[in-house]
Design a protein around this ligand. Structure first.
Ligand SMILES: C[S@@+](CC[C@H](N)C(=O)[O-])C[C@H]1O[C@@H](n2cnc3c(N)ncnc32)[C@H](O)[C@@H]1O
Length: 369
């Protein structure tokens, strides 16, 4: 039970939420590794890690992305309030249930069967350190939990009341370095704007990025792409009609979404659709917005519509797979991931796969795992 008397579950498994792990593997971790190429210091934290599967999943991704890392200083910390869960995490031995979302090839690569349990490869186990921490009652940042490049705090906020969610989100924000990312489970921080954080919308998930500390009244630093042709200052229905092509409106809608103005993003998308009703991309953005609002059923319908209009859209296929997985519709999730793989394999190996910063060959390798 937590302090509010809600029962706490340590439910977790490896690579929980493939969509978010795709995002980590394909975009966020490569970006962080690139950013840290000079210092070769990388700091990752799984906050509320339960029995460690999330922290070790991160370690496996780092191992895949940085196989030669002797000259790197990589910190991966898992923390939890529950000492029993942490003891299990430190052992690094798991039953079959922890692998319900792990492709057999990955399981074989990193685990070996030992006395009825799957024991994690010692190299990966040693990459992660665990410690007990009450995210609510204990102070942080501290000597270790500071300047993080990435914090995963997923399926933990559900145990807190609204005030506590805000307090913990702000503490986590302070434990990030500038430019560092906080990833929560879907919709856990909807409607909340942690201090000095900017939400960034990716097709798989929204994540929060720490921006430079702002003095009260200071202007928001502009970390966004250059403005699109439709002036952002105007409400969408005031944008000059003649200048408003569907593409320009969609670009504007994305910028609204990037800076957290989801209502304006939705309206602008609808305007784009009124000009180009058969365009797939506005439906895809609407699906992402629906997910942000926690309306997964509507998101699923919008993704179906996206794929009806653009059957070759890899991002929508993967996003729908993640939604099916979330709804425990595993057969459809697998069918969709296979479909994404088929689309990618039909492309030249060096083709860039939008919106990911990755080639078709690299993505095929990841999906095949
Ligand atoms: C459902 S598990 C989430 C595990 C993992 N993050 C995931 O998404 O699979 C929730 C974890 O949050 C931990 N937790 C709950 N309240 C906490 C607190 N105040 N401080 C630290 N951990 C807490 C619980 O002990 C539990 O292990």
């Amino acid at each position: 039970m937590n302090s509010a008397g809600k029962p706490i579950s340590g439910e977790t498994y490896f690579f929980r939420d493939h969509g978010q792990f795709d995002l980590l593997f394909l975009r966020l971790l490569p970006e962080l590794i690139k950013r840290r190429r000079d210092t070769k210091i990388l700091r990752l934290w799984s906050a509320g890690c339960a029995s460690g599967e999330e922290a070790y999943s991160l370690a496996m991704l780092v191992d895949s992305l940085l196989p030669e890392r002797n000259d790197w200083n990589i910190l991966i910390v898992g923390s939890d309030i529950d000492p029993t869960a942490l003891a299990k995490a430190r052992r690094g031995c798991y039953g079959r249930w922890s692998f319900r979302m792990v492709p057999p090839a990955l399981q074989q690569r990193y685990f070996r069967l030992q006395g009825g349990e799957w024991a994690l490869d010692e190299r990966i186990r040693r990459m992660v350190g665990f410690r007990r921490l009450d995210l609510v009652a204990e102070p942080f940042p501290d000597a270790e939990l500071r300047d993080m490049d990435l914090i995963l705090c997923r399926n933990v906020f559900i145990y807190f009341d609204a005030d506590t969610v805000a307090t913990v989100a702000n503490k986590l924000a302070r434990a990030l370095c500038e430019g560092g990312y906080l990833m929560t489970a879907h919709a856990e921080l909807t409607g909340l704007h942690p201090k000095d954080m900017q939400s960034r919308l990716f097709s798989e998930s929204v994540v929060y990025q720490r921006v430079a500390h702002m003095a009260a009244g200071a202007a928001l630093p502009d970390v966004r792409p250059p403005p699109s042709p439709v002036a952002l200052q105007r409400a969408p229905d005031q944008a000059p009609l003649l200048a408003a092509s569907a593409d320009a409106l969609l670009a504007t809608a994305r910028e609204f979404a990037d800076r957290g103005d989801y209502g304006l993003a939705e309206q602008t998308c609808q305007r784009a659709l009124s000009i180009a009703p058969l365009a797939a991309a506005p439906y895809f953005l609407l699906a992402q917005l629906a997910q942000l609002g926690g309306d997964f059923e509507r998101a699923g319908k919008l993704l179906d519509r996206t794929l009806y209009l653009d059957p070759g859209c890899v991002a929508a296929t993967l996003e729908l797979a993640a939604l099916c997985e979330r709804a425990a519709n595993l057969p459809r999730a697998q069918t969709l991931r296979r479909a994404a793989l088929d689309i990618i394999r039909s492309l030249p190996g060096d083709a860039a796969i939008a919106p990911y910063d990755i080639t078709a060959a690299e993505m095929a390798q990841w999906l095949a795992q």
